[in-house]
Write a new protein. Structure first.
Length: 372
């Protein structure tokens, strides 16, 4: 029993040290760049409402850019925005995909519509609440020649719903992992690269037939031995509704397992060790093992609270903190839910996303249909 408890102490200590490492490496001097030739690429669904808050936040960015909104050609809100804001907004109508993800299809159309003077490409999602420094921070490592692909990461803002808060707690485990360039996968909700890098990767070809834009770009970057750099202070707020929250979590891991089984196996092994460790602690470890788990969980929650406060706005921080209660009150449930999502994700190759069902193999769409 002593060796098991010792192993449990080490495991819990490592999880706490990982979060402390993230906090310790948060940039203090958050430098930005605002070069010429920046284009922001945004893919939207046909039912997009115009994203008044998103557009206001993009207008407030410290770096100037041209906004390219990619649609299927049937988004009234995008057309209205293009008509009223034509001095900085361009609408690209991609049509409906037949053998690739609809988002990828739209982004490929946007890439083909780039102007000769577009030198820096920034990708954002329609459901984010970006800080005013987002574009400038993403551009800084590119302009200074410190990276080839730069990325932020999502910080979920769960609504007042226990399931949404639980999924937020699961995602918080990923958001506050130590970041290293050699182990970074870009997130398509806040990502940037130079035009030169896009051409080096032949980005249009790299995305062709794919479902996940960021997985395709990240894997292509790894294969080309590019420098992928995370910006730790860019945990970008992204609201999460309770309805469909579990499906969201499973979908994220299904993107991983259908693109890289090896990556999924590593993630599953790490979370599985935690999940099974909690089974032992609660079933056979005794009060000392449970106490160790809870002390580490509270420590992680306190450090994550500091991280959240340092990277997002006060209102966003209040919503993000709803997830921390799960790690304080029932950290074992967070681990079990996380591992469960990973395991369920591996049970099917079908991904429902954006109104379509996709069947994916090796990252490529082999069949698709509109969701019924």
């Amino acid at each position: 029993m002593n060796w098991a408890l010792g192993l449990w102490v080490v495991l819990q200590g490592l999880t706490l040290l990982g979060v402390l490492n993230y906090w310790r490496h948060l940039p203090v001097d958050r430098q930005e760049e605002a070069p010429e030739g920046v284009v922001v690429l945004l893919s939207v669904r046909d039912d997009w409402d115009g994203g008044a808050e998103l557009i206001a936040r993009l207008k407030a960015q410290t770096a100037r850019f041209r906004l390219v909104i990619a649609t299927s050609g049937d988004c009234a809100a995008a057309e209205a925005l293009g008509a009223s804001e034509g001095d900085w907004v361009q609408i690209v109508r991609a049509g409906v995909a037949s053998e690739e993800g609809q988002k990828v299809h739209k982004l490929r159309a946007a890439l083909r519509a780039l102007a000769p003077e577009d030198r820096y490409l920034v990708f954002v999602d329609a459901d984010i609440e970006p800080p005013v420094r987002l574009v400038g921070r993403l551009l800084f490592p590119l302009v200074r020649g410190k990276a080839d692909i730069v990325t932020g990461y999502r910080l979920l803002l769960p609504e007042r719903n226990v399931v949404a808060a639980l999924v937020g707690a699961v995602e918080m485990q990923l958001a506050t992992l130590p970041r290293a360039a050699s182990a970074t996968m870009p997130w398509g909700g806040a990502m940037a690269l130079t035009r030169e890098t896009a051409e080096r990767l032949d980005l249009d070809a790299a995305l062709a037939g794919r479902l996940s834009d960021d997985m395709a770009i990240g894997l292509a970057g790894w294969r080309a031995k590019l420098r992928l750099r995370p910006v730790r202070d860019l945990l970008v707020a992204s609201p999460l509704e309770g309805l469909g929250a579990i499906a969201f979590g499973v979908r994220q891991y299904r993107h991983i397992v259908t693109n890289s089984v090896g990556m999924w196996l590593i993630a599953g092994a790490v979370i599985g060790a935690q999940a099974l460790g909690w089974v032992w602690a609660l079933g056979w470890g005794g009060w000392s093992a449970v106490a160790v788990g809870y002390v580490a969980a509270v420590g992680r929650a306190l450090v994550r609270r500091r991280i959240i406060a340092g990277v997002v706005e006060p209102g966003q921080a209040a919503a993000a903190r709803r997830s921390l209660w799960w790690d304080v009150l029932a950290p074992f449930v967070v681990c079990w839910a996380h591992w469960g999502m990973q395991l369920v994700a591996a049970c099917s190759r079908r991904i429902r996303w954006g109104g379509f069902d996709y069947w994916v193999k090796g990252g490529e769409v082999v069949r698709m249909r509109r969701a019924g």
